[in-house]
Design a protein around this ligand. Structure first.
Ligand SMILES: NC(=O)c1ccc[n+]([C@@H]2O[C@H](COP(=O)([O-])OP(=O)(O)OC[C@H]3O[C@@H](n4cnc5c(N)ncnc54)[C@H](OP(=O)(O)O)[C@@H]3O)[C@@H](O)[C@H]2O)c1
Length: 272
């Protein structure tokens, strides 16, 4: 019998590619997104069902979870992929924007995990794959503190839950990807700004230039990430954390080889 995967944020980028890959491998796919009425690609697959889901809306999470379980009978793997980036000086971040960063990247996965736990406990098994980032395990740029916060929190949540869910045979996995191609992440970044204060501008401009002109060899082929998600779902990769891409690997090698004070100064020097 084919297995079923439930994925959040499948309207674009990694979520969409993951849905298509699993469908092509014969899995049944519950592809969720905020605006299903706009979807045209995933609708072509007979083994993909689309469900409306904004991960910050607890009622919608409950409804989508119940509808997917009713449609497929059993869900084997849940991928918490939906995410946004809030960048810019913390000093200028409105409370609503801070809350939004946390709501989508942390509280969203919490909502989805909580909705699936009764199903997974009843089934005596299941897997949550949480899409983090190398920004979930290290810092890399100024003005990324809120995004760092959200992914560090997702990492802590996932690691803490490992112990709690192990007795129920519920697995937890983390993907720590770097910048990749074929997504809308950069375009969707919410930048915090101030109409009058320009003190942070040189720093912000350097971060934006870094994002715009990233060395192509440091950007991941999204198919590599999708393949790792597939390897996790099928048990071929049993690592708790899967760090993908040269950007994250280079930074982690540096971080692990230096005292934290030296690491911080080395990163800061790129933006002076
Ligand atoms: N691209 C990178 O550089 C990068 C690097 C490391 C980690 N990541 C992580 O990878 C994951 C996928 O991002 P991506 O690169 O594929 O970027 P993307 O193309 O911007 O995709 C993000 C997805 O999340 C969805 N989303 C946003 N807010 C949502 C909400 N409240 N409820 C449900 N869905 C929501 C978006 O849907 P809408 O179309 O409705 O907005 C979209 O489908 C994210 O968790 C991101 O943090 C990305």
């Amino acid at each position: 019998m084919s297995k079923t995967i439930f994925i959040t944020g499948t309207s674009t980028g990694l979520g969409k590619l993951t849905a298509i890959h699993f469908a092509n491998q014969g899995w049944q796919v519950a592809a969720t997104m905020r605006s299903p009425e706009k979807e045209t690609a995933l609708t072509a697959y007979p083994n993909i069902r689309i469900f409306k889901l904004d991960v910050t809306d607890v009622t919608q999470v409950q409804q989508a979870t119940e509808a997917a379980i009713a449609a497929f009978g059993k869900i084997d793997v849940v991928v918490n992929n939906a995410g946004i980036g809030v960048y810019g000086p913390l000093e200028f971040a409105a409370d609503a924007v801070i809350d939004q960063q946390f709501a989508v990247n942390v509280h969203g996965p919490i909502n989805v995990i909580r909705a699936f736990l009764p199903h997974f406990r009843t089934n005596k098994g299941g897997m949550f794959i949480n899409i983090s980032s190398f920004m979930g395990v290290t810092t890399a740029v100024p003005t990324g503190s809120l995004y760092n916060m959200s992914k560090f929190a997702l990492e802590g949540l996932t690691e803490g839950l490992y112990y709690e869910l192990k007795p129920f045979n519920i697995q937890l996995r983390l993907i720590e990807q770097g910048g990749s191609n074929g997504n809308n992440f950069k375009e969707n970044i919410v930048w915090t700004t101030h109409p009058a204060i320009t003190d942070y501008d040189p720093m912000v401009n350097k971060v934006k230039a870094l994002m715009d002109n990233a060395d192509p060899s440091l950007r991941d082929d999204p198919q590599v990430i999708v393949d790792e998600i597939y390897a996790l779902a099928t048990g071929k990769n049993q690592q708790f954390r899967t760090l993908i891409g040269n950007m994250g690997k280079n930074l982690m090698a540096m971080r692990n080889s230096l005292p934290i004070e030296e690491y911080l100064e080395k990163i800061a020097a790129n933006f002076n």
